[in-house]
Design a protein around this ligand. Sequence first.
Ligand SMILES: Cc1cc2nc3c(=O)[nH]c(=O)nc-3n(C[C@H](O)[C@H](O)[C@H](O)COP(=O)(O)OP(=O)(O)OC[C@H]3O[C@@H](n4cnc5c(N)ncnc54)[C@H](O)[C@@H]3O)c2cc1C
Length: 545
Amino acid sequence: MKRDFDAIAREKFDLIVIGGGIIGTGIARDASLRGIKTLLIEKEDFGYGTTSRSSRLIHGGLRYLRMLEFHLVRQDLHEREVLLKIAPHLVHPYPFIIPITSLYYQIALSIGVRMYDVMASGKSMPSHQHLSRREALEMEPGLEELKGLTGAILYYDCQAPFTERLGIENVLSAAEHGATIINHAQLTGFLRDGNDVCGIEVLDCLSGETYRVKARLVANAAGHWVDCVRDLLHGGPASTVRRTKGIHLLTPKLSQKALVLFSPVDGRLFFVMPWLDYTLIGTTDTDYCGDLDAVCADEKDVAYLLQGARQVFPKLRSEDILYTTAGLRSLVHIGGEKPSDITREHKMLDHKQRDGIEGLISVLGGKITAYRAVAKGAVDMVCRKLGMEVKCITAEVPLPGAPAVSQKAVAKAAKESGLSVETVTHLADLYGSCLSQVLELVRGNKKGGQPICSHFPDILAQVEHGVKQEGALTVSDFLLRRSAVGLSACQGLDAVDTVAKEMGRVLGWSKTEQQRQVEAYLAQASLGQRFRAGSKKRSRQTKKV
Ligand SMILES: Cc1cc2nc3c(=O)[nH]c(=O)nc-3n(C[C@H](O)[C@H](O)[C@H](O)COP(=O)(O)OP(=O)(O)OC[C@H]3O[C@@H](n4cnc5c(N)ncnc54)[C@H](O)[C@@H]3O)c2cc1C
């Protein structure tokens, strides 16, 4: 991943993709695999937007059956299977328990899970099971607290514990197949040929320089910023998406299995999900019109989820929350419905048809689960517009870290590298078979094997790998989206100085720059603590769990 703006300003690309979330990186990968000369720019970092703030599920979405969105559920269940095949190191089967507390739930949910199994025809995961009250309590003793528990349903979906890395691997694959990919590069304007779009103006966010780059087509995959990008072209008619906020709470581990619960406030479905050594509780769904780059949970969001979770975990207190995350959905219907009743379907816009402007398409919405299918739809449209006929092959070509590393290979690598099995297992979960690249750095420099955080098994060599192989350019990029250190109980606060120093060594930062990087990260991390009334910043003194 070379960062050469002069070189791209001399080129003419077939396609420029705006936005390095899961949708944009998926489009860049698909396009480059089809031989389309592609540039992707991302204003912050890959996965910086909603992609890194999800529930980490790869799922059909049982609740969409209630909304009669059969097409969406079938597509997403199909994509779940595709991801199990092309990214088995990042996507894993994940059991859910739905406690039954009334006859109505029993009937409605039984029909729902049966349909879910039928729609996932050809699936590789087990079908649902009904559990008696005793069996449910054996599996999840905490359910004892739930009023009226008569039994439960056990069903399977998938989890991508390190969802951020799905995007990174799409970037790596796109780059490997010829795409030019640049993060910290923001679209600031469009080049026009009469009414049509023929390129972009891009700001190098690190140097402050602006460049002009030519292209035959531009794809706007800016997630919930999609209208901000469109507005650079023309003031535009009303918004194309409705933004709703969804938050999660991270707490010490509460349950062994993921629980599907219904809020006592409004009956909405939410999850209590084991994630690594913690529990994620989420999510909410409320309209949002604040700062798009400083989305965070507030006291009201947190109170809503705590009230729901206390049905099963009555002792859970606000003080138990380690941090919160918050992201924005882009929903394609902008009418007056309740946010939870709005479809999660995506939409493709050809601005030629909508506004009479050739050269620009926009992708609205799109779940992580369906990212490959959404990207395929976008690149099919690109091919039609470019007069090309090339088949999509992203369902067959594995992502770079595939296949998953076997336990035997982990044990062997641990022995050879001198690292613990726990560390190598963690590295294999993050990098899949690309683990060998990190181990190579440990072989070259024993210091590379040192841990960088007392809460997570990550090691120093990952920093050099993140910078040199995966385009990490800031401390936040590394802590939050290359490794999972920033997602641990301490939010990476224990590790931030070490990481800044090591990135400084690799990238040649001055002491002042290292300090600036640390402060930028602390500001980012503090968003996760904003819900605590009266204290805007979390002390660097961390909490042990
Ligand atoms: C709380 C919550 C939970 C969710 N859980 C799940 C789940 O479990 N499973 C699932 O499948 N889906 C889930 N989703 C949905 C899913 O996360 C999103 O639909 C998906 O991540 C959107 O990806 P994206 O690429 O469109 O947007 P984003 O990830 O937001 O990416 C857009 C990118 O565009 C960049 N950008 C913006 N403007 C510019 C510009 N001018 N120049 C350059 N770059 C720019 C941004 O920096 C950003 O990185 C969840 C959503 C929320 C809010």
